[in-house]
Write a protein that binds this ligand. Structure first.
Ligand code: HEM
Length: 227
């Protein structure tokens, strides 16, 4: 049977690593913007959302890229999980790496679970906020003497609902676990981990993953309790 690199196990892992790291880049940018929600009046966050919207066609292009990255990442993850499932009867005598399999085996096995939750979350999240209430529903504010969407009001109203805050917090914990393992796994696939620096790289991936998960998690909690 003819097989090419993209549909080989290695090829799929490679696509997952590259798209995963690009998505981490998006999350760093998204979290940086969301930190503006710490300003209680909301003018900074609304100005930021307005600025983003003003990029027009460039923003659409970035969004198409983002959807493609999420799509490739999820599709290849599901395919790899199926392949792994099919190959299950074969037990390896030697595990692939110390950090990847023994101490961190649980995180690795849970990638499909956390990944699936995140996929559902992203679809609902975008419907919830990006396509949520806006100018037509009276969520309007003046930004630089122009009428803009009051996105801050929407986010605050939503995170004042206990159920939404609890759900977001739970998903952000999963995000932290997914990233903690995923970032290191991507480094390993790309050959950045050598015997002598494997633990250090794992640590860096772990810190970044936990920082992002924790950073996102603080926002609904801050709004629920303090705004
Ligand atoms: C508590 C944490 C989060 C908050 C407060 C938040 C807030 C928002 C808001 C307000 C928007 C709409 C932006 C706009 O219309 O200009 C948005 C869009 C989006 N968010 Fe989040 N977000 C959070 C976490 C996440 C996470 C963890 C992910 C991914 C795993 C994510 C992925 C997205 C995506 C893909 C979009 C659509 C971006 C676009 O099309 O421009 N968000 N978020």
């Amino acid at each position: 049977m003819k097989t090419n690199f993209a549909s080989s196990t290695l090829g799929r892992k490679f696509v997952m690593a590259i798209t995963g790291l690009l998505l981490v880049g998006f999350l760093v940018a998204h979290l940086s913007g969301n930190f503006l929600l710490y300003q209680k009046e909301g003018s900074l966050f609304n100005a930021y959302a307005q600025k983003l919207a003003s990029f027009g066609v460039l923003l659409y292009a970035a969004e198409v890229g983002l959807v493609a990255f999420f799509g490739f990442h999820a599709y290849n993850g599901i395919r790899l999980a199926f392949l792994k499932q099919r190959a299950k009867p074969v037990k390896y005598a030697v595990t692939q790496s110390k950090a990847g399999n023994s101490k961190w085996g649980l995180a690795s096995n849970n990638m499909m679970v956390t990944g699936s939750v995140l996929l559902v979350f992203i679809v609902l999240h975008v419907i919830h906020f990006k396509y949520g209430r806006g100018l037509a529903e009276g969520y309007a504010v003046q930004v630089n003497n122009e009428e803009a969407r009051d996105l801050h009001r929407l986010v605050v109203e939503e995170f004042k609902k206990p159920l939404i805050t609890v759900l977001y917090t739970a998903v952000m914990v999963m995000l932290g676990f997914h990233l903690r393992h995923g970032i290191w796994s991507a480094f390993q696939t790309l050959g950045l981990t050598k015997e002598n620096n494997s633990n250090k790289i794992y640590f860096v991936g772990g810190v970044l993953g936990v920082f992002l998960g924790f950073g996102f998690l603080t926002i609904p909690l801050y709004i629920y309790f303090f705004v």
